[in-house]
Design a protein around this ligand. Structure first.
Ligand code: 5CA
Ligand code: ZN
Length: 412
């Protein structure tokens, strides 16, 4: 499937810095790219209710990384999936009387238009799981050949015992694993499983549900194996960064890594695992299942500036959990117009210290809030008439555009 429309990313004078990022697995900072090309796999949406501000915050976090890489002269190979067949999507389709394909197509289109409006650099590979069935089946066959699968009442399971490094992505103990597996789409208590953490690879077709052909009979994939298959196919056995929100640490990223380890015989699957914090609203994590959602499309339709939405979200460190209160957008809109006023003056303090400060803060585990404070300081000085370097406004506008994805010039 095509990704959303690309946006221009200006190049800046000098050279950017490859960010150090916090890796969940090691708990330490690691260099985000290991060579001239960085590979990135970010888990995509399950398209039944898109795009809420929590989704947007997570995808913007990875957009900061992509933009920092581009600024540092690193080429980016970026894949995102779409979980366009899964239990919650089928349940929502049934509840609303829409067929599941129509629901997925509608919400995917909305997600793409939101991402384009927010000027998120699109992934080169955008792969819905319904377009990846042969890859998934091939991966299950590899796991089967490795002796890591078993069948339970017609469903095929992955045996975590086969993965030596199982548990090393999350570092969670057995009790926490069990709890999160139960809360996040797993079936730790299903009778007959060899280990509570064994996960579904292939779910035999249920009455009234769609199914795809496989050597195990018609059915559909389990959740984790879709991302493993799509990542291995598009990015190779070892990727630089796997990302998503912190609710994907376990079981999703743990099990994806375990499957990849058994299939390829290599470890780690990702050199760094990056996880964005959870955005809450009305006291709880914003989530489709709870229904406490604020949609990007509604804010845009109500006249919000996409740059202000970006700035509101980027004002929080990507790893922190925080709550949207409603004041963020107003504050970001005021901040953005101050930046735009400063750029429109036609002169200001020199740009290079601002650009270097933005780069240094973003290289420090994507500290966008600190980078934005550097722009504030420049704008304050420009508005106070402190200096009149006539080249500075255009360069600062380019830096905010390239590194933050926010336009400061009036649209033509
Ligand atoms: N399709 C799977 C991944 S393969 C999935 O988790 N889909 S999702 O639609 O539920 O979430 C998409 C992304 O948004 C995930 O990275 C998830 O961690 C993130 N996300 C969901 N809710 C929030 C939230 N409230 N705050 C921040 N990020 C969130
Ligand atoms: Zn995923």
């Amino acid at each position: 499937m095509d990704s959303w429309a690309a946006c221009d990313v200006p190049s800046l004078p000098g050279t950017g810095v490859v960010p150090l990022v916090h890796d969940t697995a090691s708990g330490s900072r690691v260099l985000s790219a290991s060579g001239p090309t960085a590979s990135l796999y970010v888990c995509g949406i399950t398209p039944y209710d898109a795009t809420h501000l929590g989704h947007a915050a997570t995808y913007l976090a990875f957009d900061l990384l992509v933009r920092a890489w581009l600024d540092a002269g690193v080429s980016v190979s970026y894949t995102q999936n779409s979980t366009d067949i899964d239990d919650p999507l089928l349940e929502r389709a049934t509840a609303t009387g829409i067929d599941w394909q129509g629901l997925a197509a509608r919400e995917t289109a909305l997600f793409h238009s939101d991402m384009a409006a927010l000027r998120v650099v699109p992934p080169a590979h955008y792969v819905p799981v319904t377009e990846a069935m042969p890859l998934v089946v091939e991966l299950i066959e590899r796991l089967d050949a490795a002796g890591a699968t078993y069948v339970l009442d017609g469903d095929v399971y992955f045996s975590v015992e086969a993965a030596k490094h199982f548990g090393e992505v999350s570092g969670y103990d057995a009790a926490l694993m069990r709890r999160f597996a139960g809360e996040r789409g797993g079936d730790p208590d299903r009778v007959g499983k060899r280990d509570p953490q064994d996960c579904l690879l292939w779910l035999a077709q249920r009455p009234g549900e769609p199914g795809w052909p496989s050597p195990y009979g018609p059915g559909r994939p389990g959740w984790h194996v879709e991302c493993t298959a799509i990542a291995l196919d598009t990015l190779g056995p070892t990727i630089d960064v796997q990302g998503g929100g912190s609710d994907l640490i376990f079981p999703h990223h743990e099990l994806s890594a375990a499957e990849a380890e058994v299939a390829t015989g290599t470890w780690p699957f990702a050199r760094a695992y990056l996880h964005a914090g959870m955005v809450a609203f009305e006291g709880e994590k914003m989530s489709k299942s709870r229904g406490n959602l604020l949609f990007v499309s509604r804010l845009l339709a109500a006249g919000a500036d996409p740059g202000a939405i970006r700035l509101a979200l980027l004002a929080h460190h990507y790893r922190s959990d925080w709550e949207w209160t409603g004041d963020e957008l107003e504050a970001a809109t005021a901040r953005l117009s101050r930046w735009r006023d400063a750029v429109a003056l036609g002169g200001g303090p020199a740009a290079s210290p601002v650009i270097e400060a933005m780069r240094a803060h973003l290289a420090d585990d994507l500290d966008a809030a600190a980078a934005a404070a550097a722009v504030d300081a420049w704008a304050d000085a420009a508005l106070a008439g402190d200096a009149a370097d006539r080249t500075a406004p255009a360069l600062v506008a380019d830096a905010v555009d390239a590194l933050f994805g926010i336009g400061l010039r009036p649209s033509p």
